[in-house]
Design a protein around this ligand. Sequence first.
Ligand code: BG6
Length: 477
Amino acid sequence: IPVDSFDLVIFGGTGDLARRKILPGLFRRYCAGQVPPEAKIIGAARSEMSVEEFREMVRASIEEFGSTPHEPGQLSSFLERVHYEAVDATGDDGWEALKSHLRDDTIRAFYFSVGPSLFGAIAERLRDKGLADAESRIVVEKPFGHDLASAKSLNATLAQHFDETQIYRIDHYLGKETVQNLMAVRFGNMLFEPLWNSQYVDHIQITVAETVGVGGRGSYYDKSGAMRDMVQNHLMQLLCLIAMEPPAKFDPDAVRDEKLKVIRALDPVEPHHMVRGQYAAGGDEEGYRVHVENEKSRTESFVAMRVNISNWRWAGTPFYLRTGKRLRARTSEIAVVFKDAPHSIFGADAGRHRNVLSIRLQPNEGMTLDVTIKEPGPGGMRLVDVPLDMTFADALGPDTEAVPDAYERLIMDVIRGNQTLFMRGDEVEAAWAWTDPIIEGWEARGDVPKPYDPGGPGPEDSLMLLHRDGRRWREIK
Ligand code: BG6
């Protein structure tokens, strides 16, 4: 279904995110018939560049980072929708020319794919120079602040020029198909919700493991670390969707109100409930400190923690979170581990069997439910756990291959004016308010992350975090 016609300006239009995600994503939506043929996409950046040069860059980006089967001529007709203006974000140059591209009576969206230090200058000029009006939308990327104070000040700056209903703060995890599916699974089925509480759930694990290191982003990453880069935003969002109360309806504020309540109910994390790690050299690659060119770095590339939610539903059920780079496999999974049956009629020899609902975000998006059954054969009543496995691509057929990537979906939501999958200002602030004391604690204690070998599950201590509680992490595979 096509969205309404729009003019989308991408500040930072020649940058990495635009080239890897935004522009190829828009092309895929165009091929899928969702972007109306008269829509305009206008790149804006500091460098002088002709529109032909910019189109050539867009063509190369699409070819490199995600083409899609398309009719001959579709790429050229898409490129005709693409324009470029050199704009001085902090000065006056280029804004009139940029404005001349924008049509009246058309949705205007402005994507701030630039560092947060430019948010204020761009927001102000969009308003003062008459490019944006009360209907326009702005899209801002992470990192949304570095701590609570900076997030508050960014929110305050944006609020001077735009209403909260016009601000779309992207967390691309919320655009992932399976993340949205989490809500469908929880609130579309009768089966799970009655069991979704501390009476039946022993604990929940959220793992986001990556095989890559910090790559070329060392200077950004070393000032952030896994806590700011992944936990404060992506893992926190997953935790909220898993733990929140059912919203009364699937509407932006109803959903975000419930998520906010979860963040506000988080206990501070005790130091002995956290483990930080930093990857060592291994394979053909150098270790973290070489990658970030800081031999004394104390920034974590891995973090694991036990988090408690102090509310009626979850008191007594810990949530274990872990994320890290250079681990054994690229996998993201949420596992809901149910309690043991209260009594085993099969006797102690039958062993311990637990239902686990595992939701795989990537790769092979899907769900498995481990169920205990009788081991087939004449061997008597022996129990075995087997997975009821649903890989979405198998269950839903080849169409799921056309599932839009997170950015594509989120950009279309911006045009539709649907904020459900975007973070509200108060949510971001609450997440920082929880994160700040953790990071301050590390700094005050001079905490040094534990080195860990690449290609494994992270530091030994992170395994101990669960062992101590009589539990174990699910394998990263
Ligand atoms: C980004 C982080 O937000 O998410 C990166 O800055 C991380 O460090 C990435 O690699 C992971 O995203 P995905 O979609 O590949 O799981």
